[in-house]
Write a protein that binds this ligand. Structure first.
Ligand code: GLU
Length: 488
């Protein structure tokens, strides 16, 4: 049977590092097996649903370069792939479980029962305070009559009162769960006719012929009750693999406290999708020995569940930054110019027109080696387009120098620029070196104030190229302004 896996997000939040890793592992597994990767929207939680999250899902996946064989937007043999459009299927099968004695109608409306149901729906433990199974002992015929008469009710799964539920996890091995430790009789169908996650998830995985379920470990407490449902329906159980968590550096689940987690934020900051995919793919998985950089193709070729780690993965922002730098430098200058343009436009430094493109062609070779993120480019190049912000004297004066000495050095630098120009790199650099020697000062003591005076920042492109970008005249105006300030 050919492999079919799914990524089944609930559109109740933005796509983040953890969810994208689950999607990526499913995607890589499908591709490594010549199988299919399917997208399904689990939108049964209508209170937290937002269309914006669906848009975010598509935009994120498109940006990352994932594609799916079947899904809500493209259809497929198991359409629709949106749970809110499959309600009658869930209702029919919930009733089948009632009919064969594996589930029952519940007419309770007490608060504690509802709180427990909410916790169970969100994949959480009820903490032992479960539903007291009040309606489990109702006469089935009488219960059916009340339900048919329109009395508000839910359908609950009958969890066996003793015994254990066992399943094999491809990564974690055999897992045994005492049935008394399973949430007592979780709701499958709510009173508004909507299924809970458990019911819809199992029914869809069955009818969509999912062969392997790779999902985050936080769902593992739901799995025993899903197993009981597969058995109650008499269906084959897909192979299961619960993926270890992604943690922050302090050992807690990765969250906003640690830094950016939403993929959107990384995108805005100027991470490349290749870098993010490469790094996220390594979170808890290995591919080949001694290799860090992988394309999506290579990851897919080398992915194996056998090479997943059981231990949680720690998300390292510095490592991700390193990957980003690597991928930035792998781009051709033209590719990078095109990628940087939206950031320059957003910062209102350039327009995406011929002049803008000509400028970027000149600027990219100067900044390519220094960029950590694409959003560094406007910061590094703003001095070309905007007046530099007012500087404090301390920012201009090198260590062991004073204001008067620095002003003098700046005026000397100005003379050299006017005398030699900046077109010939070697010439101007040589002139600065000779002068510094003659004055008995460090070369850096001449260059540092000059860079600050002309660009207002320490992170500009190389100094003489920076001056070439704005022209000597403008550079001289800025030098004079700095000198005036130092002489005040
Ligand atoms: N809708 C669930 C989620 O949001 C799917 C969990 C599963 O893969 O079974 O993650």
């Amino acid at each position: 049977m050919s492999v079919r896996v799914r990524y089944a997000p609930s559109p109740t939040g933005l796509q983040h590092i953890g969810s994208v890793r689950t999607a990526l592992f499913n995607y890589l597994f499908a591709r490594s097996q010549q199988g299919k990767f399917i997208l399904r929207l689990e939108d049964t939680d209508r209170t937290r649903f937002s269309e914006a999250y669906v848009e975010n899902l598509y935009a994120t996946f498109k940006w990352l370069g994932f594609y799916w064989a079947e899904g809500p937007d493209i259809g497929g043999p198991s359409a629709p792939y949106i749970q809110s459009e499959r309600l009658s299927l869930y209702q029919r099968y919930a009733q089948e479980l009632v009919a064969n004695g594996h589930a029952y109608y519940c007419f309770c409306a007490d608060k504690r029962a509802q709180q427990n149901d909410q916790a169970s729906e969100e994949g959480e433990d009820s903490g032992g305070f479960g539903y007291p199974r009040t309606c489990r002992s109702l006469d089935p015929v009488e219960a059916q009559r009340r339900a048919d008469s329109g009395e508000p009710c839910v359908i609950r799964l009958k969890i066996p009162l003793d015994g254990t539920t066992v399943f094999d996890d491809l990564l974690l091995g055999t897992i045994e769960w005492k049935n008394v430790d399973i949430n007592p009789d979780p709701v499958l169908l709510k009173s508004d006719g909507f299924p809970t996650y458990h019911l819809a998830n199992v029914i869809d995985d069955h009818f969509m012929e999912i062969t392997h379920i790779l999902r985050a470990q936080e769902w593992i407490s739901s799995t025993p009750l899903h197993i009981l449902m597969y058995k109650a329906f008499g269906w084959d159980i897909p192979k299961l693999c619960h993926l270890p968590m992604v943690l922050g550096s302090d050992g807690h689940k990765l969250s906003k406290r640690h830094g950016a987690t939403a993929v959107n934020e990384f995108r805005k900051k100027g991470y490349l999708p290749e870098a993010l995919v490469n790094y996220v793919a390594l979170l808890g998985a290995s591919y080949k020995d001694g290799q860090d950089i992988y394309s999506l193709e290579e990851l897919a070729e080398n992915f194996s569940i056998k090479h997943l780690n059981k231990a949680p993965a720690v998300f390292d922002y510095v490592k991700l930054e390193w990957f980003n730098g690597q991928y930035i430098r792998m781009k051709t200058d033209d590719e990078l110019a095109a990628l940087l343009m939206p950031f320059m436009v957003e910062a209102e430094l350039l327009a995406d027109n011929d002049d803008g493109r000509i400028f970027m062609k000149k600027a990219v070779p100067l900044i390519k080696e220094r960029l950590k993120y694409l959003s560094d480019a406007p910061l590094m190049l703003a001095f070309v387009f905007k007046d530099i912000p007012a500087l404090a004297n301390e920012e201009l004066i090198p260590k062991k120098q004073d204001a008067a000495g620095t002003a003098k050095l700046l005026l000397t630098a100005k003379e050299l620029l006017l005398a030699h120009g900046v077109a010939e790199h070697d010439v101007i650099e040589h002139a600065f070196r000779e002068k510094a020697e003659a004055l008995g000062c460090k070369l850096g003591d001449m260059l540092m104030p000059l860079r600050m005076a002309v660009t207002g920042t320490k992170i500009s492109p190389p100094l003489f190229e920076s001056i070439a970008l704005i022209g000597i005249e403008k550079a001289c105006v800025r030098i004079d302004a700095a000198v005036r300030q130092l002489q005040q």
